[in-house]
Design a protein around this ligand. Structure first.
Ligand code: ZN
Length: 259
């Protein structure tokens, strides 16, 4: 790496070079990973085959400026919307992956995100492969009004199909996972993992402080806080993530559907 790649860590404010895992070598802060980086971290090399990559959002409530915003975000993130889905293998075991990206309109869930998450789940049901979803989201996409809220019901219904067909759903919560994503499929996994230090909640701390007129502790809504309260099953560091997912796939083989 050359000098130009030095950046300021937002957590410890030191000038650092990110490690290959996107970590600050000084304080361990995790920089966000793009879907291709995330896929490279967990999937067997060259095994990922994207599904519905070309799907784009329309402007369902004809909101002024939304289409321009979509164009701008597509350019900025090199994605068509805030999630990438597809099939892959992890230690030669088949899985369906979905990876959200905060860099596309704050990882907000509109009709395309909801549709693709549901599609990944249905593909898991049909193929019998476990579904692994990495979440990162500011919540519902307000620009799509009621259509974004409907994605909560849609993804939760698709998660119920996974349950009915006894197909495992593994969630990996990354920083931040909030709003309508937390309030729907992100909390419906059979096993819910989280990256260290990730903010996981519904409304953010500032909104809650404003409502209850009390100061919240700095650890509020972090992965470690949610682990203690049972929302998270396990906190896994990036270097151990592929091994953990591989272990979960191996130990959660689909059984016969309920009679
Ligand atoms: Zn740092």
């Amino acid at each position: 790496m050359d000098e130009n790649l030095k950046i300021i860590c937002p957590q410890c404010q030191k000038e650092i070079e990110k490690t290959s895992l996107g970590e600050c070598p000084s304080c361990g802060y995790y920089f966000p990973l793009s879907p291709p980086e995330r896929i490279a971290l967990v999937a067997d090399k060259g095994s990922f085959v994207e599904m519905s990559g070309g799907m784009q959002s329309s402007n369902p409530i004809s909101l002024a400026g939304y289409e321009d915003k979509l164009v701008e975000n597509r350019k900025k993130s090199s994605m068509n919307d805030a999630v990438t889905i597809g099939s892959c293998t992890i230690d030669k075991q088949k899985a369906i992956l979905g990876v959200m990206s905060f860099s596309f309109m704050g990882g907000s869930m509109g009709s395309v995100v909801g549709e693709k998450i549901a599609e990944a789940m249905i593909e898991g049901c049909l193929s019998g492969s476990p579904v692994i979803l990495f979440t990162a989201s500011g919540g519902a996409r307000m620009q799509e009004g009621i259509f974004s809220l409907m994605q909560m019901a849609k993804t939760a219904s698709a998660a119920a199909l996974l349950d009915e067909t006894r197909t495992p759903l593994f969630i990996v919560l990354t920083n931040p996972t909030t709003g309508g994503v937390t309030a729907s499929f992100a909390m419906l996994g059979d096993v819910i993992l989280a990256e260290p230090g990730a903010i996981i909640g519904f409304a953010g701390p500032r909104v809650i402080e404003g409502t209850i007129k009390e100061k919240l502790p700095p650890s509020f809504q972090r992965s470690e806080f949610q682990l203690e309260r049972g929302f998270v099953d396990l906190i896994v560091k990036r270097e151990g993530l592929k091994g953990m997912l591989s272990y979960l796939i191996k130990t959660h083989v689909r059984s016969e559907p309920r009679g």
